[in-house]
Design a protein around this ligand. Sequence first.
Ligand code: B3K
Ligand code: ZN
Length: 856
Amino acid sequence: MKDSAPQAVHLADYTPPAWLVERTELIFRLDPTATRVISSIRFHRNPDVPRGDLWLDGEALKLIEARIDGTPLSGHEMTERGLRVPADRLPQDSFTWEAEVEIAPAENTALEGLYMSKGMYCTQCEAEGFRKITYYPDRPDVMAPFSVRIEGEPPVMLSNGNPVRMERGVAVWHDPWPKPSYLFALVAGDLRAVEDSYTTGSGRKVSLAVWVRPGDESRCDYALDALKRSMRWDEEVYGREYDLDVFNIVAVDDFNMGAMENKGLNIFNSKYVLASPETATDRDYEMIEGIVAHEYFHNWTGNRVTCRDWFQLCLKEGLTVYRDQQFSGDARSHAVKRIDDVLQLRARQFREDNGPLAHPVRPGSYVEINNFYTATVYEKGAEVIGMLKRLVGDAAYDRALRLYFDRHDGDAATIEDWLAVFQEVTGRDLQQFSKWYTQAGTPRVEVSEAFADGTYTLTLRQHTPPTPGQSVKDPLVIPVAVGLLSPNGDEVVPTTVLELTEAEQSFSFPSLGAKPVPSLLRGFSAPVILTRETSAEERAFLLAHDTDPFNKWEAGRSLAKDVLTRMVTDGASPGPAYLDALERVARDEALDPAFRSLALRLPSDDDMAQTLFDGGVTPDPLAIRQARERLGNALAERLSGVLPDLYEAMNIPGPYTPDARAAGCRALRLTSLGLLTRLDQGTLAARQFRDADNMTEQLGALSCLLDHGRGQDELQGFYRRWRDDRLVMDKWFMLQVLHAAPLDAAGIADQLTAHPDFDWKNPNRFRAVIGGLTANAAGFHAPDGAAYRLVADWLIRLDPLNPQTTARMTTAFETWGRYDADRQAMMTGELRRILATKDLSRDTTEMVSRILGDAA
Ligand code: B3K
Ligand code: ZN
């Protein structure tokens, strides 16, 4: 779908629909190139607004016929984006719209609407894909019960809700819960079910099934287990029960994102469903658990209570991410989960919030809504909820959530509705807090301190840098969790939450015997960048003594960043403070192995680039990579006495299990292997690759070898063994690019795109190679610009087929403003080349224009 003059949509222009839907009946006559969709939609006038025209969204549809109350349609106006029937052509209060349209799922390469993946029909409607299926008021504030009849050859034909009729050639489904069209789903194909059941707290039995292609049945157990645990957890923690007789999950190979929460029929990228020890890594298992939970939790936060309009996206996404993070923390380790989440937040959301794509958690306008499924809406959206909970307390949070569900069940709600329940329950004025939803940018909090007469005073200053379209920023409500440690390491003041509301504020702690060491922003209590002048010794002290596990890790991380910064800028050697501190961590058997593994990992190249840029230094990606290599080598040498033991001790006997404890041991074992490979040139890694009985250890060993320019034979062997397994082959493709030496990365990626198994129309495979290249920071930013060119070439090629995936991947270029003039010129040159492409999609046009900003 091309659109040469894309129009922005503004939150301020929201108007409620003139016509609401009472019920929606659909018949699908499936055919790959000529599917007929017959709709019968009962409309009634919205009593709250003046009587108006009927607008039905519809794109790329062949209209066969349409009638209103049985009379052929006339007097209407049709555009590329829909159909308008003037109010004076409509019955007074209610009518039935009937239409028949034809669509061609086999020709749909955008993977939005009804499309085909390996012979299987499937849909993706969020945000605005339903309009590619039939004419409809395709907006989330129009909710209706759906009845769906599917006629066709496929042996399995699924839709939302409960099954009514299932026979050869026909399936009928009824979804009694009113829902917006974006939650509609249909799947049909030769699918096999792996079944289970779940009995809800109130005793209702729900049939569960994971539907996969023949041959994949043995890889569904973990997803099913995660689903049952999620269902139980939502009952226990949020008091939310499931509400249909069946819950189906389908695994699809061609999918633009992770998964989709369609009512009663979740559709997943097969990568986030299928797992076996031989083919999936610990990280895959963790992602499957988190995403299954996320999509399931949407049943209440998203489906039963949905969004009034797409500006309110964070209402369902921020809350559902927050809930899945809580769930994973409960299922695994809260400390490790928090560290992982903050690593992700900084890597993706801080990067976005500090560049040209910065936007508020609730944006004020968009051109293409698919471009706003961002780290800011999701992850910062979740952080905002975490802050709210911290400010009001757990009990008030629970009361507010119960009120939210009671009051808004069946509604299409807004952020104002969400904040109102908190305001009512707590009596607290959330006016200033609400700015977290409307103000973009990552706040900086600067800390200074004073100690006199036994009183310790912390002065906090906040400041949010300007972002595109928002030059002036107001102070926010920032909860800063603080604890104080005495010089001997005892905690003298346990965690208290300071509420920073002014641009500058001081907080005093009296009656202290000595100047304490502050542990600030415990648990990462707010998504801000905290700066404070401090010494390596103090950071090492906190790494050794802090009782807050997040800050303990953070102390080590800051220490590593300080060391790397000096190594990059002055060519300094890593000082003893960092190496000593890390040796203590490595040797501390009281610490969780997963935590130790995280503490021993160095900050990523991209994290260092952002850190240097924030500190006023233009980052040189190759110099960063070299400094990280030197620091890695110094660490390996320093730990050479403990690494072999650690490597052995973390080898858990017995068959593979994906639980957090076992995964933590494997993580520490692999971190040790990574360091040992620096000392033994890969002997141990080659042995581990040979002997591994699970993908985590095999892939981990292969990565270590590739990092040191070895592993070519292993790579071949891996290919021979796994060439028929698409998910493992995605790993094979990605690994080679991700672990390529900086100057080889673009060349390797280029070669891989010529490989017979490089199916570039499959988003997972495309992301493996092209996304792998953009994730290899030193390789992507290689000085010859070859990677920039290659990525741009492929984005230009993919755009006409799949705008969504293309647009998303343009974010590789969002950091251009950080770099030197040569790199800036090359990156913006590629962006302009993309923008100049004839018939570029609305999606990609919006993204590239925003990334270029004034440089366009
Ligand atoms: N709600 C979907 C994302 C839809 C993205 C549309 N471009 C998955 C999720 O957040 O659970
Ligand atoms: Zn979601």
